[in-house]
Design a protein around this ligand. Structure first.
Ligand SMILES: NC(=O)C1=CN([C@@H]2O[C@H](COP(=O)(O)OP(=O)(O)OC[C@H]3O[C@@H](n4cnc5c(N)ncnc54)[C@H](OP(=O)(O)O)[C@@H]3O)[C@@H](O)[C@H]2O)C=CC1
Ligand SMILES: O=C(CO)COP(=O)(O)O
Length: 334
């Protein structure tokens, strides 16, 4: 296995910054790249990311850069942590500079919104000869930044590569597990964002804890149904990348997707809610791909469909909840 270091973290938002700090604290030579030169200069001077992750001092060893070419050219691992809508473009931008032996790892959750494809499909098509892995699981950037105990999972077709990347991240307070189901790991991380909006809406409408638990469980069932049709392993979806992240995002108020749902459930217009959150809210684009995949495979996903219709302004949150409650009685497991 070729050297996985140094690591270039591409994307200086909350999660890219938290991962870069974690890696640097682990003694991994790491450079954090941000797309706006002025904010990189600010971060370098303040030794922190005031906009996305305030109060997290950067370790001395963490390097900052606004120069994509040199950052990528020198890297053994390019760790992409941009929002899903910028993922394909980021692959294009790193392509001229990436070393032939460097690996591509991503912590982005979602699909390519233009094509509706999985991110690993984009990576495999563009970089067939490079090792590749996805890092996912229940991990609020703010908690990782504070050094609170966290478990993530790294999936790759090549188990040795998953292990090598997990080794970089693993530390006394961050357990990094491994797996070989890239599709399943990506599906869980994408779908939980959509389902978090639904539980947020219910909580925003003060429908109670029973409703929340019912939505999480029936949401899990939607994840398993779509996963089975796409070839994901059920164990993956019941693990950190699926159930783990679903529980975190549906119940934790640090989640931006949950907060969007909470605001909608309280009657706040979507544009206002998104502006107030001020960070990426992946469900807004992810939901369309989830429903496209569901239709292609003739699978009913009533909760995800309700979220799609609410996010598109076709129905109100109240109508969405009424529709779910009015569905026919049926066995829990078909
Ligand atoms: N935050 C979290 O707790 C976790 C997030 N994730 C996932 O990580 C991904 C990134 O999220 P997160 O860091 O939270 O997002 P944030 O909203 O915190 O930050 C987004 C970052 O992406 C940058 N960005 C936006 N568009 C582009 C582009 N076209 N090219 C390069 N950079 C761009 C922004 O730059 P600028 O400021 O210049 O606009 C900003 O630095 C998402 O897919 C998310 O689901 C996964 C696990 C945990
Ligand atoms: O993916 C996350 C935690 O695992 C972050 O969730 P949000 O994007 O909803 O904030």
């Amino acid at each position: 296995m070729t050297d996985t270091t140094p690591v270039a973290v591409i994307g200086a938002g909350s999660w890219g910054t938290a991962l870069a700090v974690l890696l640097a604290r682990n003694g991994v030579p790491t450079t954090l790249w941000g797309r706006t030169a002025a904010s990189v200069v600010e971060m370098a001077a303040a030794r922190s990311n005031a906009r996305y992750l305030p109060d997290l001092p950067f370790p001395d060893a963490l390097q900052l850069s606004a120069a994509l070419e040199t950052t990528v050219r020198d890297a053994g691992t390019v760790l992409i942590v941009v929002p899903s809508h910028a993922f394909a473009d980021t692959l294009d931008r790193i392509a001229p500079w990436i070393a032939p032996s460097a690996g591509i790892v991503w912590a982005t959750k979602g699909f390519d919104p233009d094509s509706g494809r999985f991110l690993h499909e984009l990576v495999a098509e563009r970089f067939p000869a490079h090792p590749a892995a996805v890092v996912t699981g229940p991990s609020f950037a703010r908690e990782v930044a504070r050094g609170l105990p966290t478990a993530v999972t790294v999936h790759a077709d090549d188990p040795a590569y998953a292990q090598a990347i997990a080794q970089l991240l693993h530390s006394p307070l961050l357990r990094a597990y491994t797996g070989a189901d890239v599709l399943g790991a990506e599906l869980g991380g994408a779908m939980k964002n959509v389902l978090a909006v639904a539980t947020g809406v219910a909580d925003g409408m003060q429908l109670g804890l029973n409703a929340r638990a019912g939505l999480i469980t029936r949401g899990m069932s939607e994840m398993l149904r779509l996963g089975a049709a796409l070839g994901a392993r059920a164990e993956t979806l019941m693990g950190l990348s699926g159930l783990g992240d679903l529980v975190l995002t549906c119940t934790g108020d640090l989640s931006r997707n949950r907060r969007l749902g909470l605001a909608l459930g309280r009657g706040v217009p979507i544009a206002e809610a998104v502006k107030e959150i001020g960070q990426v809210v992946e469900s807004i684009v992810t939901v369309d791909t989830v429903m496209r995949l569901a239709r292609e495979h003739a699978i009913e996903l009533p909760i995800s469909e309700g979220v799609q219709r609410v996010l598109h302004g076709e129905i109100t949150p109240e109508e969405g909840m009424r529709m779910l409650l009015a569905r026919e009685q049926k066995p829990e497991f078909p």
